[in-house]
Design a binder for this molecule. Sequence first.
Ligand code: FES
Length: 234
Amino acid sequence: MKEEITITIDGVEIKTKTGEFILRAALNAGIYIPHLCFHPDLPPHGSCRVCTVKVNGRHMASCTTPAEDGMVITSDDAELLDLRKAVIEMLFVEGNHFCMFCEMSGKCELQAVAYRLGILVPRYPNLFPQREVDASHPDVMLDHNRCILCGRCVRASDEKDGKHVFELMERGAKTRLGVDAENNLGETNLSIDDKALDVCPVGALLIKDTAYRIPIGERQYDKTPVGSQHKGNK
Ligand code: FES
């Protein structure tokens, strides 16, 4: 049986269970730590580093670091805020994210975290990569321009849908989202109700003909900032 332990986040003591990941423990206690590749229904990936905190002074990804009794965690300080902003800004410039023209605007977690952190202009130059849009599937569009390689769709397709439709291919700057088919998404067994579509945090996987069912201005993050159900803590 898991033992109850106490950890401290930004001076606030919370109770959790041994081995619970710090991010989950924080969210369960009502403390928001920004995150992007993490999704509560999926195993953690630890790839985006937006959730980085200091554990006893050392930088760690909170989504993959198990809590231990007595841990002292810093999430809300100027250095971590700047680090998180830098990561989000890099994600913006290395893809093609044009929020004003994107049908996910107001529902996009990348946009929402950027607003929450107060990002106005990225400090890095835009790379404007040439990326494809795969509209071969009858119900779903895959836009590589907006993919942030968080791996949520990969994990959801594997673990929840049991299909393995998606895969992160190649490494480093060449990493891209691949599909389990010779040519394109239309050749896979992806279906419209797959969890993989539901967990995409951006506009990389879009269900066709649904774009403006919820009008701009009435969407989730148009009304309340991401994490606003939790207390403080950037
Ligand atoms: Fe923890 Fe992405 S949310 S590394």
